[in-house]
Design a protein around this ligand. Structure first.
Ligand SMILES: Cc1cc2nc3c(=O)[nH]c(=O)nc-3n(C[C@H](O)[C@H](O)[C@H](O)COP(=O)(O)O)c2cc1C
Length: 191
């Protein structure tokens, strides 16, 4: 069972972005993946110190080391962000700055965002970030707005819009297939 690491970029309680991530984790579980959400509301990360850029696992911070370990073990990622000032949040970017190419190289990355009438402004920028980390951004992306959700049992809202849920299923299937495919080809690509 391959592992998928999900990194939401909101610290809000309740958070649409975190609710979206919980729903995606459940769908990935149904496809046989072990999905872990790195929830920075529970595990806060310090601001990145570039001294550790080349050796992120040597960070003195236990939360950073945990993130690096989860990312290293993952066969794929989901990055999800609220729309902040026409782009992704600094919370998400700071988490990514704690990571580096060895954690992402030739792994699939699914991109999702919440806010701004389903604008793609954040995922467009996250696609560039993914290339900078040598990850493979998958084609399907998920962008939501408030009316796509209803109150959830665990505090965060859950996605109820039928068309968005169908897109999320397609997104998870693509991520799953790409995780399996790139796991086979990655050794050749890295050599
Ligand atoms: C610093 C900040 C900047 C924001 N900028 C935008 C924006 O440019 N466009 C927009 O539509 N909403 C913007 N918003 C609203 C957020 O997208 C909205 O609150 C979103 O629901 C947050 O997602 P969350 O529930 O996962 O925290 C901004 C919110 C904050 C806190």
């Amino acid at each position: 069972m391959s592992k998928i690491l999900i990194i939401p970029g909101s610290l809000r309680h309740p958070s649409h972005t975190c609710g979206l991530c919980a729903d995606l984790a459940q769908m990935l579980g149904s496809l046989g993946h072990a999905a872990t959400i790195f929830d920075q509301r529970e595990t806060p990360l310090p601001l990145h110190d570039s001294v550790y850029h080349k050796a992120p696992a040597e960070s003195p911070d236990a939360a950073v080391r945990s993130l690096v370990s989860l990312a290293t073990e993952a066969s794929g990622f989901i990055l999800a962000s609220p729309i902040y000032h026409n782009g992704p949040s600094g919370v998400l970017k700071n988490a990514l700055d704690h990571l580096a190419i060895p954690q992402f190289a030739f792994k699939p990355v699914g991109l999702a965002s919440h806010g701004g009438n389903r604008t793609s402004q954040a995922v467009d920028q996250m696609r560039l970030w993914t290339r900078g980390l040598a990850g493979h951004a998958i084609v399907t992306q998920v962008c939501t707005q408030n009316s796509d959700y209803a109150a959830g049992e665990t505090g965060d809202p859950t996605v109820t819009d039928t068309a968005i849920r169908a897109r999320m299923e397609r997104f998870c299937r693509e991520l799953s297939v790409m995780a399996q495919t790139l796991a086979v080809t990655r050794p050749a690509l890295l050599s």
